[in-house]
Design a protein around this ligand. Structure first.
Ligand SMILES: Nc1nc2c(ncn2[C@@H]2O[C@H](COP(=O)(O)OP(=O)(O)OP(=O)(O)O)[C@@H](O)[C@H]2O)c(=O)[nH]1
Ligand SMILES: [Mg+2]
Length: 296
């Protein structure tokens, strides 16, 4: 078989499991995940390499309508992700299929590339409950394939991958075959810190957070990282620090363990909290925090 290589964009509402699917497909933690919507903020490539093919999965921010510059950036990252890809995967949450999903699906009707509909979180439901939804989805004749998955329980992940390989053109790999993402260790560190903040902080607090890596020194045996948790709300500062710095410590030690595992070396991680009102609407701040227009 001739070697194949290509791109597959992963699209869908927030929280349907796009990043979880990319991680399952690639077999590495490429993208952070959380039970809170709008976890992914950038376009992130997850690269699956085998001796026969390379699939570059393009993870995207969930389709949303936030009225600020960060929201615009995320929308552009998602919209731009489908240009020139070999297949588009539209992901739905089996328990929450509705109007928003139909709108997203219909948006891709005229796009000339194979479209695969993935109904994820399938372990949470059963065929009787799914039946009316499936017959509605079946009306979308422009969808090339349907598949149900569970990123959690790894149901149909290999089947989905096989399905996608069919759509890849023959060609050379786009990335070195020992890499599983296009993102730097520095970027991944920021994301890991943000994931722990999403995990430990309640309600809307993590949504107002950006992670700014102010020091990233890989020149010694121990990697030294200083990071600012930048909040847009002064009242959240103390909550993020926690009583006697407890919350910040919890986020820090959990992030450090994961970064050490990823980097395969010791890490010295120091976290600080900074207040910057309206950073989500500040072009310079956005660029500093990893939302650079050059990546779109
Ligand atoms: N039960 C169940 N939960 C899942 C499955 N896949 C993902 N999840 C959970 O759904 C939540 C959202 O997952 P993400 O992968 O972050 O979703 P996303 O679509 O990337 O979300 P955004 O980045 O916010 O657009 C997390 O709590 C996941 O653990 C699944 O197959 N079954
Ligand atoms: Mg995501």
């Amino acid at each position: 078989m001739a070697y194949k290589a290509g791109f597959v964009a992963i699209i869908g509402k927030p929280n349907v499991g796009k990043s979880s699917l990319v991680n399952s497909l690639v077999g590495e933690k490429v993208s952070i995940t959380s039970p809170k919507a709008q976890t992914t903020r950038n376009r992130i490539f997850g690269i699956k390499n085998t001796s026969d093919y390379q699939i570059v999965f393009v993870d995207t921010p969930g389709v949303q309508h936030t009225q600020n510059k960060l929201g615009e950036y995320m929308t552009k990252a998602t919209e731009g992700a489908t240009a020139g890809v070999d297949a588009i995967v539209i992901v739905l949450d089996a328990l929450r299929i509705g109007q928003e999903d139909y709108k997203i699906i219909e948006r891709y009707e005229k796009v000339k590339c194979p479209k695969i509909l993935v109904i994820n979180k399938i372990e949470n439901t059963n065929y009787e409950k799914m039946y009316p939804l499936l017959s509605k989805l079946n009306e979308y004749k422009f969808i090339d394939k349907f598949i149900t998955t569970s990123a959690y329980r790894k149901i149909n992940i290999e089947e989905l991958e096989k399905m996608l390989v069919e759509y890849l053109p023959e060609g050379e790999p786009f990335y070195p075959t020992d890499e599983y993402t296009d993102k730097s260790l520095r970027f991944m560190c920021g994301e890991i810190i943000r994931e722990k903040a999403l995990l430990f902080l309640q309600e809307e607090i993590p949504h107002g957070l950006a992670i700014e890596i102010s020091t990233f020194d890989e020149t010694r045996k121990t990697i030294k990282i200083d990071a600012n948790l930048v909040t847009d709300n002064a009242r959240h500062k103390q909550i993020i620090i926690g009583s006697k710095g407890e919350m910040l410590k919890k986020i820090g030690s959990s992030a450090r363990a994961e970064i050490e595992n990823l980097a395969g070396t010791k890490v010295m991680l120091e976290l600080f909290v900074k207040v910057k009102k309206d950073w989500k609407d500040d072009s310079v701040a956005l660029s500093d925090f990893g939302f650079s227009k050059k990546d779109l």
